[in-house]
Write a protein that binds this ligand. Structure first.
Ligand code: ARG
Length: 572
């Protein structure tokens, strides 16, 4: 496919002395308003070099490049050169390329041979997997997909919160008041109730705290009975998390969480000591980071046990040594900003120059319409309930619209659309923004929502079915682009053309919402094209060209939905 920006930069560079082609490339703009062309070049910067007024310069350039075959016209407006790409060229290049690449359209080789770790989800064992967890889980899964598409070797890690003194408490509570059956039936709820009971009881019997500490030490020392119980709690909790991951179609390559690093600690404590950055404070150890505005970080407690931050230091080194990552991406809430800044700085101070390749990708809070969540006040919304609720509501809507559909199809679509709606909603906003979860918004089929985009995809599929296999096959072989140069067809071509660059941008910014917005734009442009033009017309050449365009739009929407971990049903 022609890279128009490269091509234009080349043409301009022949006209402009004193600026490098790359610099020119960076100055080329894509105007929002199509009246100003597909690409525009501002000449303000050139006034100094060429000692002429910018509009004069723009005029000279416009005249010099206008004759090139890629342009329909080139205009000078004030200090700008506005370039209109030939609509036929655009349609031919873009639609042809999408059809040729199909599911690979948007793929890049920029990441070839570069391992990238994406760490996401990482819930705490024996704690509710609630709506708040959707953020890391879904944003991370989408970033992993985006990096896959850019050609990186992606390693997906779930850094489970499966270690710490709370497990001492849980084991004590289980032994005193626990019941095996309950744990098996409802692991997280049951384990959480033990933990809560422990705290209530410990108010009156503070000696319980000592018992818990001693039990955790046994666990750390690898005493078989404690290890066995802890492992069982972990497995049962993981079963519950996995149900949600399955619903979302999300997978991990590794579940090495905090506990995995427990026996790797002595090495790091020693390294910290040797690097001379660690200070002893009444038996505890800390690293002072005040000069970086990062306060003080406690790395070991006075009883010698390590902390969350120490395990993150160990995990980063382990990952570097195991995967030799090019980047190690952490999709974790912005509440942990300081934590991440601290341990990354400590790594740097320890002399690990690759610390700069660790990237914290933060995101804001999700709240409920009825207020913030509170585990203590019982205001928790389980993610599994949200997903099931979305499927139930979608099932009702489908049955209402389509009373004769068979149950199996309804179920399949309800799952794809219901779960997709929640995921799409999650990935619609800039990740750093806080947002309020609202059912009305999520399941709206009209607004800029998942169901709207999926529905547009299904509509395109239905047009292709009506066109018939024969016409679709012909369209894939070739088409006459002159039939798809109308205003709305051209607008659609432009968006399809931009898709690969959008994937790159989303990857560079760690921002799936860039993809979400773009496929909403494509869906809207497609619906406008469908509204403005007759597609299945009598003239076969025209029909073939338009079907090619529908096929290309369908393909890019599907590839985009896939990056958001969403299904693209062919019928709805
Ligand atoms: N388990 C932690 C929590 O639920 C998140 C872990 C984030 N990842 C990390 N490497 N620290 O808050």
């Amino acid at each position: 496919m022609i890279n128009y920006v490269d091509k234009i930069a080349e043409l301009l560079s022949a006209q402009i002395e004193g600026l490098e082609t790359d610099e020119i490339k960076g100055m080329i703009e894509q105007p929002q308003n199509s009246d100003m062309g597909d690409y525009a070049f501002p000449c303000f910067k050139l006034a100094k070099i060429l000692r002429k007024a910018p509009p004069m310069i723009a005029k000279g350039i416009a005249e010099a490049i206008a004759e090139d075959g890629i342009f329909e016209k080139v205009e000078q407006v004030n200090a700008y050169v506005n370039m209109f790409i030939s609509k036929t060229s655009f349609a031919k290049e873009t639609i042809g390329q999408v059809i040729a690449d199909d599911e690979n359209y948007g793929k890049s080789t920029m990441g070839e041979g570069k391992p990238v770790i994406v760490e996401y989800s990482s819930p705490n064992i024996a704690k509710p997997f609630h709506i708040g967890h959707i953020r890391s889980t879904v944003i991370g899964a989408s970033i992993a997909k985006i990096y896959d598409m850019l050609g990186y070797d992606v390693i997906r890690i779930n850094h489970l919160g499966d270690y710490g003194t709370q497990f001492g408490k849980m084991i004590v509570a289980y032994r005193k008041w626990g019941n095996r059956e309950d744990v098996i039936n409802e692991p997280i709820k049951t384990l959480l109730s033990y933990y809560t009971k422990f705290h209530v009881e410990a108010e009156e019997h503070p000696e319980l705290e000592d018992e818990a500490r001693a039990t955790f030490t046994k666990l750390e020392n690898g005493e078989p009975e404690e290890v066995e119980l802890w492992q069982w709690f972990r497995e049962e909790s993981l079963k519950e998390f996995s149900r949600v991951y399955d619903m979302l179609g999300i997978k991990f390559d590794s579940y090495n969480g905090e506990s995995f690093y427990s026996d790797k600690m002595p090495r790091f404590v020693k390294e910290l000591e040797e690097s001379g950055i660690m200070e002893n404070d009444n038996g505890a150890n800390l690293v002072r980071l005040d000069e970086y505005g990062l306060g003080t970080a406690l790395v070991t407690k006075s009883d010698g046990s390590t902390l969350y931050i120490t395990r993150d230091i160990a995990a980063a080194v382990y990952r570097k040594e195991t995967y030799n990552f090019y980047k190690d991406i952490y999709v974790v809430a912005s509440q942990q900003n300081l934590h991440f800044q601290q341990w990354m700085k400590i790594l740097e101070m320890m002399g690990y120059e690759w610390a700069k390749d660790c990237v914290h990708v933060p995101f804001g809070l999700v709240s409920l319409e009825e207020g913030t969540m509170s585990t203590r006040q019982g205001r928790v919304v389980f993610l599994e309930d949200v997903l099931n609720g979305a499927v139930d509501k979608t099932r009702e809507i489908i049955k209402e619209k389509n009373p004769d559909a068979d149950a199996e199809t309804v179920e399949e679509i309800a799952k794809a659309v219901g779960i997709g709606a929640v995921v799409f909603n999650e990935l619609s906003n800039y990740r750093i923004k806080d947002y309020v979860f609202s059912w009305d918004h999520v399941l709206n089929f009209e607004g800029e929502t998942g169901p709207y985009v999926q529905y547009t995809h299904a509509r395109a599929c239905s047009i292709l079915r009506n066109a018939g296999d024969d016409i679709v096959a012909k369209a894939k072989e070739g088409f006459d682009p002159q039939y798809i140069t109308g205003e709305s067809a051209h607008a659609l071509s432009r968006l399809l053309y931009d898709f690969p660059a959008v994937v790159v941008e989303a990857g560079e910014k760690y921002e799936p919402s860039v993809v979400t917005r773009h496929i909403v734009d494509i869906a809207q442009a497609f619906n406008k094209f469908y509204h403005d033009e007759h597609i299945l017309v009598d003239n076969e050449d025209e029909k073939i060209a338009k079907v090619a365009m529908v096929y290309a739009a369908k393909t890019v929407i599907r590839n985009g939905l896939d990056l958001l971990c969403m299904k693209a049903p062919e019928k709805m």
